[in-house]
Design a protein around this ligand. Structure first.
Ligand SMILES: Cc1cc2nc3c(=O)[nH]c(=O)nc-3n(C[C@H](O)[C@H](O)[C@H](O)COP(=O)(O)O)c2cc1C
Length: 362
């Protein structure tokens, strides 16, 4: 079995190790969703990862409902990302952009109109807005024209990602956002060819992947799912057959890598995970699989040894351990993160976590 420290190919990308930085929204952009120099510093500090997956990045104004999250639909955003990707490359790393449409989770205050989703549904809980939390509003069912436009937005954002210097993209298909809203039977009640059967529920993600692959080459495309957790009101009554069919589809499409947020314990949101889907997907999909959620060094090694994962992605550990790869190599303890600064804006709790050497010197 390969170790975490051996190289691996994710399509066109050769990763120098199998420790992936999971996508982490950190809300440090401005209201126009433009990235900045602070973000370049943050990502460059974490360039030891075999691959950095960027924080979720809006493909359109309509699709972005998180205050101070970045985007990839305007020229200024592309320009803002360039120093970020240059800094990561300068530090020897690789970075892909996570492409995000939040669907029904976009509040009109941010998206500018009634949100779209697979079906007219309302997400549970509260939306984040610049004026604090507000109840979600009911989404309208995406028309065929909406679907065509949104698929086009994904492709345009993927092209913008390459123009901004990213090594590729990851389609955000996880956590109850638009792709997930189409995929699952708790949020997709459509009667047309985009809803109902598994085959129909795969149609939207398939069209997105075909468009993005067509725009930048499928060898630079990955996708993320969260198959076995309830997330923001989205789940499935029968995940195993759905994700087995999805694995076959990803194989046909030649998507070179996927990331699964496959929880093994209750999530921080309290959702209890159902059976893992990766054992059912592995025999049907020959691309690379990165597994995520709640790993540390020993549990990551143990999971790699089971032969399903080609890589392990780490989220929270990368927030508070910029040199996570070196710490895992040394078997050193991991520093805890400060939840209060996860989304707070500013440098504090963002670029000031020390490396092992800096901590020792202090
Ligand atoms: C602060 C924070 C921001 C996150 N932002 C994103 C995101 O932008 N996109 C995404 O797919 N998942 C996001 N997640 C989920 C993480 O990628 C990851 O799945 C989760 O933290 C579990 O992995 P871990 O146990 O290694 O932290 C976020 C999680 C946290 C804690």
């Amino acid at each position: 079995m390969p170790s975490l420290f051996q190289p691996v190919e994710f399509g066109a990308l050769t990763l120098s190790n199998r420790i992936v930085m999971a996508p982490l929204t950190r809300a440090r952009s401005n209201r126009e969703a433009i990235p900045n120099a602070l973000m370049a510093e943050y990502y460059a500090q974490r360039a030891g990862a075999g691959l950095i997956i960027s924080e979720a990045t809006g493909i359109s104004r309509e699709g972005l409902g998180w205050p101070n999250a970045p985007g990839l639909w305007a020229e200024e955003q592309v320009e803002g990302w360039k120093p970020v990707t240059e800094a990561v490359h300068g530090a020897g790393g690789k970075i892909v952009a996570q492409l995000w449409h939040m669907g029904r989770l976009v509040h009109p205050d941010l998206g500018g109109g009634q949100p779209v989703s697979a079906s007219p549904t309302t997400a549970p809980d509260y939306a984040h807005t610049y004026e604090g939390k507000k109840p979600y509003v009911e989404a309208r069912e995406a028309t065929k024209q909406d679907i065509k436009r949104i698929v086009g937005d994904y492709a345009a954002a993927a092209k913008d990602a390459i123009a901004a210097g990213f090594d590729g993209v990851q389609v955000h298909g996880a956590n109850g956002y638009l792709v997930d809203q189409f995929l699952r039977d708790s949020s997709n009640f459509r009667a047309d060819e985009y809803g109902g059967s598994i085959e129909n529920r795969l149609r939207f993600p398939t069209e997105v992947l075909e468009a993005v692959g067509g725009a930048i080459g499928m060898d630079r495309v990955g996708i993320r799912f969260s198959p076995n957790i309830y997330s923001q009101g989205v789940e499935d009554s029968d995940p195993i057959p759905l994700f087995a069919a999805l694995a076959q589809r990803l194989e046909e499409l030649r998507v070179p890598w996927i990331e699964l947020r496959e929880a093994h314990q209750p999530t921080s949101a309290g959702a209890v995970p159902t059976e893992p889907v990766s054992p059912a997907m592995r025999p049907l999909y020959s691309g690379k699989i990165a597994l995520n959620s709640d790993y540390d060094g020993p549990s990551a090694r143990a999971r790699m040894a089971e032969g399903i994962a080609d890589a392990i992605s780490f989220g929270r550990p990368f927030i508070s351990n910029p040199d996570l790869v070196e710490r895992l190599r040394a078997g050193a303890p991991l520093a805890p993160g400060d939840l209060a600064t996860f989304y707070s804006g500013g440098a504090s709790g963002y670029v000031d976590y020390p490396t092992m050497d800096e901590a020792e010197a202090a």
